[in-house]
Design a protein around this ligand. Structure first.
Ligand code: ADP
Ligand code: MG
Length: 275
């Protein structure tokens, strides 16, 4: 049943993004807690376009691995608002900062869920384009869900090169910078796999793998590291299965990178089960 925006009260701010604020809110009658992303009317047209794209995608998606949308309000709370399920552990980025690096079995659990989400999105012709720790939400049940579809792309009939600089440049794949060299039979879906590989590596190492700890993340440094350097890899002490999994994600040539379906049956994800 539809939730009226008049029945919702703000509890606290959860995060700020470009142009919007995410609040923890409560439904007054049921006391159910949600997250509400609000973008104010006076923000620039680009940000508004991003919110409308996010709404469009959240309307279409229904997966346990993609953050659930419970309502869309186009004229309340200042201007535009999206009511989502509340993920009470925040982002994988905040979990990393609060609890330290992740074990391999935890990362297998994370990878399985993010890949299931990406598998769902790719099957629905949606490219996320901004997979990174701060866009992956977690709850107490250790469920991991993909969120923040601000720069995502819905593919139409044609395979669009979509090599524009959207998303967080640090997690961007080589072919997004240089499709002629690393594009192969370029499809945008493989870019999400690169970003997933970097994300898992960062959660294991505790720092962003393309920069030495403390190095300033300017655009030129990152572009050089991504396009001219060897892809980052795990240290020797990591297991063979995990190292192989990361290698399959971080192939510089996009056509050599594994797809979601291939990765979901990789031995790294088949060992053990729950974290
Ligand atoms: P932006 O496009 O501005 O990055 P996000 O959708 O990533 O917006 O949200 C910004 C921040 O708000 C996130 O990094 C996270 O800390 C918090 N947040 C967003 N959605 C939720 C949610 N459903 N549950 C809990 N926290 C959330
Ligand atoms: Mg974000």
């Amino acid at each position: 049943s539809a939730i009226s925006c008049n029945d919702i009260e703000k509890i606290q701010v959860l995060g700020h993004g470009n142009g919007g604020t995410v609040y923890k809110v409560r439904h007054k009658r049921t006391s159910q807690v949600y997250a509400l992303k609000v973008v104010h009317g006076d923000t620039d047209p680009l940000v508004r376009r991003q919110v409308f794209r996010e709404m469009e995608i959240l309307r279409r998606t229904d997966s346990p691995y993609v953050v659930q949308c419970h309502g869309i309000y186009e004229k309340s709370f200042g201007d535009i608002a999206i009511l989502m399920e509340y993920m009470d552990m925040g982002t994988l980025d905040s979990v990393l900062r609060q609890k330290g690096t992740f074990s391999e079995s935890k990362l297998a659990h994370v990878a399985r869920q993010v890949l299931s989400g990406l598998n769902y999105l790719h099957a629905h012709k949606i490219i996320h384009r901004d997979i990174k720790p701060s866009n992956l939400l977690v709850n107490q049940k250790m469920e991991v869900k993909i969120s923040d579809f601000g720069v995502s792309k819905i593919m139409c009939r044609t395979l669009d090169a979509c090599n524009s600089y959207v998303g967080t440049c640090a997690y961007m794949s080589p072919e997004r910078f240089d499709p002629d060299t690393y594009g192969g039979n370029y499809n945008g879906y493989a870019g999400d796999i690169w970003s997933l590989g970097l994300t898992l590596l960062e959660l294991y190492l505790g720092y962003f793998p393309l920069l030495s700890p403390g190095q300033r993340p300017d655009w030129a440094t990152l572009m050089c590291a991504i396009c001219f350097g060897d892809p980052p890899s795990l240290p020797e002490n990591a297991s063979e299965k995990f190292r192989s999994f990361i290698e399959c994600c971080l192939q510089k040539e996009s056509s050599k990178r594994w797809t979601t379906t291939q990765l979901l049956s990789h031995p790294f994800l088949l060992q053990g089960s729950e974290a």
